[in-house]
Structure formats: structure tokens, C-alpha cells
Design a protein. Sequence first.
Lengths: 261, 59
Amino acid sequence: MSLIDLANPTRFLALSARVLPWLAAATAILLAVGLYLSAVAPDDYQQGATVKIMFIHVPNAWLSMFVWGVMSMASLGTLVWRHPLADVAAKAAAPIGAAFTFLALFTGSLWGRPMWGTYWEWDARLTSVLILFLMYLGLMALWRAVEDPSRAARAAAVLTLVGALNLPIIKFSVDWWNTLHQPASVMRMGGSTLDKSFLIPLLVMAVAFTLLFVTLHLAAMRNEILRRRVRSLQMMQASRVAFSSDMGTGSRQENASTGAA
Amino acid sequence: MSLGPYAPFIVTSYVAAAIVVVLLIGWIVLDYRNQTERLRELERSGITRRSGRSATGTP
């Protein structure tokens, strides 16, 4: 099966129905393993047990940017190739990305209070992630505000691609500005600075949350395809009703004119 | 496993993550049920796709 074949929503529905149970099972197993490894991970010599918050915070922070990246690719698909599933993919990903971004902000805030002495600081990393969260909400509002999905898709695609400029700002904010947030310790030139006892649970949780995203995204895409089918069938129903009422009016007028003659 | 003096912060983080994930799963499952039910209602009332296939598209 080629990629072109997958562009057919009916084929996508059939394929995703087969794949989803396996993905859900793999996600559940990896999440269970990740949670166990997080629970038995040792305390950090500086952070103490709060290092356990990192096993939730970091995967969500990565995914907050990854999901916007997926939406940006899908937006290119909408604007350049008009791929039938591109807009569906972008729209379905937005609420999931917003949820991950919220969790990154919330868990980061809970980690910051004992470690930094404050829940929030208007530094470059925290502020740029907050802007990302607000952009997710703005996109979701835009999709709801415009009734025609194809018109909403183009506006949302442009906004998504403009918003993608925020991704390098988030990533490099800790290098470009003097921030309270620590610099990268996993994805950096020269390799990770984390000890294996922290790195392994972190990576397992990151893969588990990524699988969770893929699973939820496929399921949400299925829902969006079905929602569009409902909409098109409702429009067919409305046009049938309008046509039959027109016919009724027409035949009544014809009868009236025949009677008058 | 001792979480020390910062246990409330750690537990709240994990509970918040669990709640958000459960809400996401619940929203997606309910949305699926809602859409398939609406499609079935439309098909029962005689509105079908031009291809004649079931709108839910599942094999």
C-alpha cells in the first residue's frame, strides 16, 4: 500500500482500526514500565525526589513542540498538496498538543516552586512555551469559529506555519537569553549529561508519551473524518428537504394556476 | 519509596498528568460514539453516501 492509497479516508479508517489496538497496548505497556522505572529511580543529589517530576515534565515539553511540528507538516500538506487527510491531521492534533503543553507548564511550575522558590518566572523559555499554549488555544478557536472546514483549514494552516517560528525560539531560548530555566541536558552537542539512572526512565517515558500521542492522534483523526461525513450527509439531507419543499410549492402553484384557468 | 518533603508537588504532578490523559481518552471515545451514532441515525433515515458504502467506513 502506497502513501497515496492512505490519502483515501476510507482506507485510512480501515487501516487505523487495525493498528489502534496494537498501538494502545504498546502505549499502556511502555507507560507502565516508564512509571515503574520513574518510581525506583534514585533521588538527585541536588533536586532530591523532585527529579521524578522531570520524567513527566520533559516528555510533555518535548511533545508540546513535536505536536506543533506535526501540525506544521500537515499544514504544508494542506496548502501545497491539498492532501485530503492533512487538514484532518492538523485539526485532530491541536487539542492533544494543547493538553501536553498544559502539562509541561503545570508540572514545570510544580517543580519550580521547591527548586527555584517560585511557581512562575517570566523568563524566555517559560514565556515562549506559554505563547505556544495560547497559540494552540487560538487555533482550536479558529477551527470552531469558521463553519466551512476547507476555509478554516487554509487559515489555520497559515497560522500554524507562522506559529512554527516559535519552535526554534523555545528550543534555543535557554542559549540565547540568560534564563532561570536550565540549558538542554539530553538533546545537546556532545551527548547527554544525564546519568543512566535518570536517562533511561526519561527516555522510556518519552517514547511512551510519544506512542500515546500517536494513538490518540489516529483516534482523533478517525473522529474528525466521521464528523465531516456527518456534516456532508446533513447537508445532503437539508438539500433534499429544500428540494422536496420547492417541488411541493411548485406543484401547488401549478395546481393553483390550473384551477384559475 | 520516600518522596521526602516535596511529596505534594510530585504527587500532584503525576495525578494531574493522569487526569489530563484520562480526560483526553474519554473525550476521544465519547466523540467517536457520538459521531458513529449520528451517522447511523442519518443512514437509518435514508441519507447515504454517493458511493453507497457505510459512512463509518469500518470493514
